[in-house]
Design a protein around this ligand. Structure first.
Ligand SMILES: [Zn+2]
Ligand SMILES: [Zn+2]
Length: 242
């Protein structure tokens, strides 16, 4: 089970995923400046073949690990740098995901189900693709997330409530899907992540979800920083924007 310090900065991306800015050093130095004693890098994992956009290139993965290991050593006196990845669970990549876990290179693997794989192998991620079938897609996201949790490869589930992005009002169906996610992590060492960046987006963070989470489920707070300025102390209660 991973352990976060009280002054940890958790869930930080790098430029490698192609939708984050700043150098690795800029993030580290800013975190130190803000009084953090840990920085947890969890950039978006690549997939062999690079068919999924806005992700690190598969060829860049060894460089990411080596650079992070070198920076960890270099900054060891000032901050504890943790090396991680955020990845979707896509059944086609099951053995790849398991090999990433087995590599031993990562302090944390986070399940970030931004899209899921349909039975026909296609992946959903565009808002425009939703059409009228929003709950069907939510169901698919939930199934993908639960399957990912059950692999035992992940330490944290990033923004579990984000599968309801763009839903307007809380419904019994949403509660039912939420319960499945909560049941999947209950009794395990896996954390659910309250995601700060979701709170500043409309309909991405659902207090209704968090109200359902029992006390014996592990919860942590993450930044989801894609720029250096997004680093901050998360010592406050999150609120939803609907
Ligand atoms: Zn991202
Ligand atoms: Zn993220």
């Amino acid at each position: 089970m991973i352990q976060l310090s009280k002054n940890a900065m958790f869930h930080v991306h790098t430029y490698r995923c192609k939708h984050a800015t700043g150098t690795d050093r800029e993030y580290i130095e800013r975190a130190i400046e803000l009084g953090a004693d840990e920085i947890w890098f969890t950039d978006h994992a690549p997939y062999p073949g690079d068919k999924i956009g806005k992700r690190m290139l598969y060829a860049d993965l060894p460089e990411y690990v080596e650079t992070m290991k070198a920076l960890k050593k270099e900054y060891a006196r000032e901050i504890d740098l943790k090396i991680g990845l955020e990845m979707e669970y896509l059944p086609s990549y099951d053995s790849y995901i398991k090999s990433v876990r087995r590599s031993g290179d990562f302090d944390v693997l986070m399940l970030g189900e931004h899209f899921y794989e349909r039975a026909d192998g296609s992946v959903y991620f565009a808002k425009e693709e939703l059409g009228d079938d929003i709950m069907n897609e939510r169901f698919g996201m939930c199934e993908g997330m639960v399957a990912g949790i059950k692999t035992g490869c992940f330490d944290v589930v990033a923004h579990p409530d984000r599968i309801f992005r763009n839903c307007r009002n809380w419904t019994p169906e949403m509660a039912e899907l939420s319960q499945r996610i909560i049941d999947a992590v209950r009794g395990t060492d896996i954390y659910l992540e309250q995601n700060y960046s979701s709170t500043i987006k409309k309909d991405h963070y659902w207090t209704e979800f968090w109200d359902m989470v029992p006390k014996d489920v592990h919860v942590l707070k993450g930044l989801d920083a894609h720029k250096v300025e997004a680093l901050m102390k998360l010592d406050f209660e999150f609120k939803a924007t609907h």
